[in-house]
Design a protein around this ligand. Sequence first.
Ligand code: FES
Length: 69
Amino acid sequence: MFICICNALSDSELKDAVSQGHGSVDDVYRACGAERQCGCCAEIIAEMMRDHSDDNWAVPDGEGQVVAA
Ligand code: FES
């Protein structure tokens, strides 16, 4: 599914780029060989970055609890 229509970037391409740990939405565009155009997808990419960050931040402690990394 395309998330960024302007650059024809799919959700899987963007997830791969986000998983590399880029610091800004524009860095994610650049990692995909693209750049921000209309910006309609920027909030979706920012949300993907927040979700990825949350995933990396919360680490199971092995006893069913989640602790900060
Ligand atoms: S939809 Fe991504 S920059 Fe326009």
